[in-house]
Ligand binder design. Sequence first.
Ligand code: DON
Length: 556
Amino acid sequence: MKKLYIAAFVAFAAFASGTHAAERPGHAAIASAHTLATRAGFEVLAEGGNAFDAAIAVASTLSVVEPQSSGIGGGGFFMLHRASDGKNVMLDARETAPAAVRESQYLKPDGTPNRDTALYGPLAAGIPGEPAALVWLAAHYGKLPLAKSLAPAIRIARAGFQPGQGFLDAIAGHREQIARYAGTKALLMPNGDVPKAGWTFRNPDLAATLERIAAHGDDGFYKGKTAQLMLKAVKETGGDWSAADLANYKVVEREPLSFDYRGWKIVTVAPPSSGGVALEEMFNVLSGYDLGAMDRAQRLHYIIEAMRRAFRDHNEYLGDPDFVKMPLATLLSPQYAAGLRASILPDKATPSAMLPSAVAHAPGMHTTHFSIVDADGNMVATTQTVNTHFGSCLVPPGTGVFLNNEMDDFALVPGAPNAYGLLGNKANAPAPGKRMLSSMTPTFVFGPERVGVIGSPGGSTIITQVFEGLLAFMHGDSAAQIAAKPRYHHQYLPDVVYAEPDAFDAATEKALVGMGYDIQQRGHWGFMNVVTWNLRTNKLDAASDPRHASGLGEVR
Ligand code: DON
């Protein structure tokens, strides 16, 4: 038995570190936020594609069917695991600031923050990264030509589909901003108001844009007709993008953050996401406690204190690694974690006010995550976004592309909070060509017997959702249990534990309140899409968050 375990562990260590490639599930699993996107992924697998081709199909289809959340006018992070050599890599397709970015663009004449320009219209939009990521995936990791992997999205964009209530509600929530821009209004409110259920949404311009990308790669988006249409619309609506801003956009392959926690290997995003750093810091803190020996309230106390401390740090120090120096070696050292543990009392919440520094943010609900494992064991975890619903609400006429409003993820105006309550600092100040800090945390977890692919939208709660999801996975929960698990969240400031209605039983809640926690219910959040792989049985499992009706996790 012991021998078997050691053999399994050695195989796993080799697998996770990229020196072993024998594992092969023989079937595939995809979990995404939309049934049509999950099916598009399987369609491309059936054509001979791998997980990376499927990721192109799922992402481009989400661009069509869930434009309120993500799309080719936005960006994201892809975690890739290539089975043939075990390579783990982070593909950074985060948007960049245009060269003309100025703080004054986000200030009203009286010098106070202009939340409108930060969130809506051309000044809110960063240079999109998603198209370059799709081109890169096809060129470097996929097996199929881009035209094949984009085909389902192109077909659905032309044929149309009937959006669900979430989509219609998102239109209703942004009626005023959508009406400002002719290209957006024509698409989303063709009759002048929010469409009724049963409406068929078509986006033939987006189909044509995707076809240009299929035919010309990067040049199909960042140069030529698409670029001209975007530059024209941005200029006409008061923005300032140059042809060079678009032509110079590049995705970046980055070394993922990779760390161990009690025999599990976690491979996740590096900056410009703050998520991986926060995850590693939280797990480092937990590694000093015997959580299994504690009652639930005690365990939650240490978990929440780890969250509080990680969130204090994460916005303080982090930004685009190509622009700022970050004290990562310190933040991620065992000594630093020991120092954090030393400040945690065993039976009392630490008031955030006792921990110096002051940054915080609060969640939203408009971004998407999907997870894929293919028959060969290639894996993709990716979280992508246009930021808030429909991004900037600006669709350059003729493109069908919803431009993001990711500029708001920068600390645009010192001291002014962003859409997630984030107070920024120099590390995340905007600069030409710089990437804005993100919370998106697509993650792989490798264990001796099980592998997990996990992530979710939800602004700052992304990080705690992934953290709790990983703890549940390590505890042995299934994909469906992980996606359904009630959530709680602490982000340093406000000094509150947010809890879904069923997160704590009465006795646990009472014990936590007794330790000094302020627990507040705040509905449900997140849209987790998980795939798990049992290496012993080679069985895959996929689950989409039961909080939403549109998603689909499927194994074929
Ligand atoms: O990159 C980020 O952290 C945000 N733009 C993500 C926004 C998000 O998750 C919105 N909500 N669900």
